[in-house]
Write a protein that binds this ligand. Structure first.
Ligand code: SAH
Length: 418
């Protein structure tokens, strides 16, 4: 087995079961006796991680180009093969069953057919994301290791779910860091429904808490839909009755449609993407909701909030669900300014007694820092507000206790005092 020998003392994170080894921790890499050369080890191949004293620490996938040089498959001295991955996939499916997230057992969510089946490190399969949209699995392979095992993983996913179709959306930018080209297209089976033609952009209808959403499997963000916000969209539905709602960064209308379904008086959705807004409008009609209560503006939220402030516009509920401003802690400061800006403006535009639903999906900004930023925004806006709920990603996006990086989505529901 090829091996990575760590520098003295650099085994500490592995002993705490954190699954990443950075290039700076590597003393040297040894090929198999037959190969000898580290450069002969295939990208994604399985390697042993050994301490400087050559003690076995873990078995991992080798990423020769990435700063994250190895990602751990197992801390046990066990074979990494098809049966190994079968166990991991089974365990991930069982966790979703326990949380009633699968269609067959879903008494908590009787009418939801889309959820995350495999969440990478948190499910013990770094690099692999699988979202289930009814009978279609959408797979994202993000690292050298998941790419190495992709065909095996695809076979296993079909064997363990009994499904027959996998659509691949391995087009996230992070693949570049691993030296991988983007790949999009069918990996297994067929997309048979007439709506799923390539020309139409593979539009797929999913159901979430009883509402229907058309999702573009081919070009939608992530695997097509922000499944991580499922519970929070329902929360907005329960809060929206008779309110004038401003949904900033509305994408394909996840929160907009829920606000309308919850009886909002009006909803204004804002996004910079015309394609996303076209789907948002479709999604309102798909649910027979009153389209005359919804309006959309294609534009930049930062500018629009300023314009609304200058015009003296006001709302009962404002949702802020911006894209990732800071993927890593290094960009946290710039991100903090962005969050401060939009939250401050939102507090000003809120009527007294109004509700702010504000999110950050930046891995580099943790929940504590986000709360401080929002507090600073209220202070500078000159408003009194209180937190009435803390929100996060759903149970189908679990956080392995040894991998806190998996907890990226945080949200606050704030009540503005009268
Ligand atoms: N709330 C959505 C997900 C939002 S994703 C849901 O639940 O489905 C973030 C969205 O912000 C994307 O649709 C992107 O097009 C949009 N966006 C990014 N920067 C923007 C900007 N400066 N102004 C307006 N929209 C922006």
């Amino acid at each position: 087995m090829p091996a990575i020998i760590l520098k003295p003392g650099r085994e500490k994170s592995l002993l705490r079961r954190h699954p990443w080894i950075f290039s700076g921790a590597v003393q040297h890499v040894e090929g198999e006796p037959a190969l000898r050369q580290a450069q002969d080890i295939a990208s994604g191949a399985t390697v042993d991680l050994l301490s400087s004293d050559r003690d076995f620490l873990a078995r991992a996938a080798y990423s020769p180009i990435s700063q994250i040089r190895a990602r751990v498959w197992t801390f046990e001295d066990e074979p990494v093969n098809k049966e190994f991955f079968r166990k991991r996939i089974r365990s991930a499916i069982q966790s979703r069953d326990t949380w009633h997230l699968t269609p067959d057992t879903s008494h908590l969510t009787p009418d939801t057919n889309a959820y995350r089946l495999i969440y990478a490190e948190s499910d013990g399969i770094p690099g692999l994301i699988v979202d289930r949209y009814a009978d279609v699995l959408v797979l994202q392979s993000l690292t050298a290791g998941s790419e190495f095992w992709k065909e095996t993983l695809a076979d296993l996913l079909l064997e363990e779910t009994g499904l027959s179709t996998i659509y691949e959306r391995s087009d996230a930018d992070v693949r570049e860091l691993e030296g991988l080209e983007p790949k999009v297209g069918l990996l297994r089976g067929t997309l048979s429904s007439p709506a799923l033609s390539e020309a139409e952009g593979f539009i797929f209808p999913l159901t979430e808490h009883g509402l229907k959403f058309n999702v573009n499997l081919q070009s939608g963000h992530k695997t097509g839909f922000y499944l991580d916000q499922r519970a929070n969209r329902l929360q907005v539905r329960t809060l929206a009755k008779d309110k004038d709602v401003l949904d900033c960064f509305c994408y394909t209308g996840g929160f907009t449609v829920n606000a309308l379904a919850g009886g909002a008086k009006s909803v204004l959705g804002v996004d910079s993407s015309a394609d996303a807004l076209a789907l948002a409008k479709e999604n309102i009609l798909l649910n027979d909701l009153p389209a005359d209560r919804a309006n959309f503006i294609e534009g930049d939220v930062f500018q629009l909030l300023r314009r609304f402030r200058d015009e003296g516009r006001s709302f009962d509920m404002i949702i802020l669900d911006p894209p990732k401003f800071a993927p890593t802690a290094a960009q946290a400061e710039r991100a903090a300014r962005g969050y401060k800006d939009i939250n401050l403006l939102a507090f000003k535009l809120l009527r007294p007694g109004g509700t702010l639903v504000t999110f950050s999906c930046s891995g580099g900004v943790d929940a504590g820092l986000f709360q401080k930023i929002v507090a600073g925004s209220a202070l500078d806006a000159g408003v009194e507000a209180q937190i009435v709920a803390h929100l996060s990603q759903g149970a189908d996006h679990p956080v392995a206790l040894h991998f806190p990086e998996a907890a990226y989505l945080k949200g606050l529901v704030c009540y503005k005092a009268t």
